[in-house]
Design a protein around this ligand. Structure first.
Ligand code: ADP
Length: 320
């Protein structure tokens, strides 16, 4: 009987629970044991570990957040932190570990692999900013949440003839902004992957006003600058007062979409399947509709190219 450990780390994302559920159920189905580690790498170093049963994951699929909790634990970057973690894994007799998280969590998984401990990474972050996969768990739900909020703001923008700057999350990636912006028909979508041309933005707003447009919706990725900074830049041009809405952490919460539940279940299943084939030191992902995996060291060395790149061109030509 093998003992697999699972933890969630870094920022939470809707669908992490669905991944945990799949990992727990598949491991038990295979006749092995599954150990939940609370609070990410911190809980791992501190031995906050328990054996999970099927009951632990009932009624879990539709819930946002992560039932294993998550934490930031900078000490994991040190030799001492890593050694503490490995000690606990040995103490509980855990043979391999599945880490669900973002870029930082992947680096932790890489350290464990390099120290000889069999580890697998699953991409879980709303930002969709991890190499080795087209999509991450939570991204689709976050886009839908942002889209819903923008639709609602549009009602007010139209009623009052107003300009709205809506700041969305995504860290250094513009993926949420692109999907939510194109999906909501925003007049402007501003992402870190494109050059910022304030003159062009202002001339497009003017052209819209001349055509009789009642409102301007500007979707801004947080990686460019804050919504308030952007509104200030805009008002320097004259009569361009904008209301600013920072969507913030609502984008991280909520019940996962069908797409995220499917993705999370597939990733969780694949990770357990890979371990049973004796594979580790890898991270799983999706390319097209296919579940894939790649070496975790190589993956972290890759420069991430967003699968949504074509949307940036579409944005340039249809959002104005
Ligand atoms: P995310 O996984 O969402 O990107 P963070 O960047 O905060 O979130 O990383 C989550 C945790 O992963 C950190 O608190 C730390 O415990 C661990 N971690 C991050 N970077 C490294 C690293 N270079 N080496 C080892 N562990 C790391």
């Amino acid at each position: 009987v093998k003992r697999i450990g699972v933890l969630t780390s870094g920022g939470d994302a809707p669908g992490m629970n669905a991944a945990i559920r799949a990992i727990v159920r598949k491991t038990i189905y295979d006749g092995n044991e599954i150990y939940g580690i609370r609070y990410g790498y911190r809980g791992l170093a501190e031995g906050d570990i328990y054996q999970m049963t099927i009951d632990n994951v009932s009624d879990l699929l539709a819930r946002g957040g992560t039932m294993l909790y998550t934490a930031r634990y900078p000490e994991f970057k040190t030799k001492e932190g890593l050694e503490k973690a490995i000690e606990q894994l040995k103490k509980f007799g855990i043979d391999s570990l599945i880490v669900i998280g973002g870029d930082g969590s992947y680096r932790g998984a890489r350290s464990l692999s390099q120290a000889g401990f069999p580890t697998i990474g699953i991409p879980g972050t709303i930002d969709n900013d991890i190499p080795g996969t087209d999509y991450t768990i939570g991204f689709d739900t976050a886009c839908n949440t942002a889209l819903d909020a923008i639709d609602k703001l549009r009602d007010t923008a139209t009623s009052h003839i107003r300009t709205f700057v809506i700041e969305v999350m995504g860290r250094n990636a513009g993926d949420i902004a692109l999907v939510a912006g194109i999906g909501s028909g925003a007049e402007q979508i501003i992402i870190p992957e494109a050059d910022l041309d304030m003159d062009l933005i202002v001339s497009e707003i003017d052209a819209g006003r001349e055509r009789g447009k009642k409102h301007t919706i500007i979707v801004l990725a947080e990686g460019v600058m804050s919504g308030h900074e952007f509104a200030e830049k805009l008002s320097a041009y004259g009569n361009y007062h904008a209301r600013v809405t920072v969507l913030g952490h609502v984008q991280r919460g909520g019940s996962p979409s069908a797409r995220d539940r499917m993705l999370a279940s597939s990733f969780g299943y694949a990770a357990v399947e890979l371990l049973s084939q004796g594979k580790s030191g890898v991270c799983v992902g999706i390319r097209g509709e296919e579940i894939v995996y790649g070496d975790i060291i190589d993956t972290l060395d890759q420069k991430r190219e967003s699968v949504l790149k074509p949307l940036a061109k579409i944005n340039e030509e249809i959002s104005y």
